[in-house]
Design a binder for this molecule. Sequence first.
Ligand SMILES: *[C@@H]1O[C@H](CO)[C@@H](O)[C@H](O)[C@H]1NC(C)=O
Ligand SMILES: *[C@@H]1O[C@H](CO)[C@@H](O)[C@H](O)[C@H]1NC(C)=O
Length: 423
Amino acid sequence: MKLLKHGWLLLKLTVALGFLGILSLLSRPKIGWDPTYRFSWLEYTDAEDIPEKVCNCSAILQGESEAVEQAKILTITKDFHKSVQIPDEYYINATQDCREFKLSRKYLTFPLSQEEEEFPLAYSMVVHHKTFERLLRAIYAPQNIYCVHVDKKSEASVFSAISAITSCFPNVFMVSKAVNVVYAAWPRVQADLNCMADLYNAKTKWKYFINLCGQDFPLKTNLEIVRALRSLKGGNSLESEKLPEEKQRRVSNVYQIVDGKIQEKGKTKEPPPFNLPIMSGNAYIVVNRGYIRSVLEDKRVLALIEWAKDTYSPDEFIWATIQRIPGVPGSTLPNRKYDMTDINAIARLVKWQSHEGPLGSLETVYPVCQGHHVRSICVYGAGDLQWLLKQHHLFANKFDTETDPIAVYCLEKYLRQKTLLAT
Ligand SMILES: *[C@@H]1O[C@H](CO)[C@@H](O)[C@H](O)[C@H]1NC(C)=O
Ligand SMILES: *[C@@H]1O[C@H](CO)[C@@H](O)[C@H](O)[C@H]1NC(C)=O
């Protein structure tokens, strides 16, 4: 076993050295050999317009108040915003030469360990924005597969930019059937379902499924994600709790989409099929391959899906409900003792404004948001990073590279450095 691993590493190193050889032939002065990392050419360097003096990520990650304050000032500077935004046209042009695109954006081109290679992941990415590329780059590994759903309503330039990017990778593809996503209505679930089917039918026999939206960003490296998933020992990790009284209405009344908005129809719904207890959760899940098979094939789940199509915000109960159906791989019993909160699950970290507070207060779930709020959810600022990185969640929501670019900038640098140090 040891020998095998050694041989495998040697092979990787040979590939890597061969790669370096090609690079030196092409005489790329920007790429050097830094003995700190074996794969130093994959390291992110400081953006030309934000040198470390102006935006010191290591100080920000350590929560140093001076660096965080400086980041806040930078965040509200117009010129700074201009300098960090990447226009759609750049992607359309840059992806004409995929090799050059992957090289200049420093995509990983080979699995960094045998452990990761033997544990491929499947991602469903429901996005509507070009910032998709930053997220893809942060989670990209060649052994994983990625299904991308772009909202049918999206501008043509966004669609072109994103499909140009996906066409550069054999393991990243556009969903076969895109839908019109309507806030709090069924199509949001359908988008994930369409990706689930495409991913399940792909050649790669991936081990776990993770769904993301464009405002998510990872808190862990691919290796850390793989290790966290292996430690679940076949279990799933998602919020699944008793449905609170105030949300009952969402599943006891019929809703419909009118002019692109969801509204009540004034009709009562039949109870759920098979008397399934409806659980409360959120749209983001970490589940094994068998759970996805159940979603696509189990007749109880298929009946639940049909039943849920005219409810309010089905994305916030359907996965949580399936997670408690006996026989679904990785599920837990419906008994309340198995309830899991979003804080205990590793799928997604979200800071709801109503749960923020001073540390030391009994009510506080997390420290006060250092960015700003959108629909009562924290959009993380640089000052949130130190706390974020101490959490066990694989991903956090929300990040916005337009309003708060430094949080993502420092996070992506941190993750890449950690990735390379582990090789
Ligand atoms: C950035 O912050 C770290 C940690 O405080 C410090 O050691 C380093 O010297 C700083 N770098 C610059 C360029 O100011
Ligand atoms: C398109 O890309 C090429 C090289 O890949 C570059 O020389 C050119 O300036 C780019 N054009 C635009 C409009 O960005």
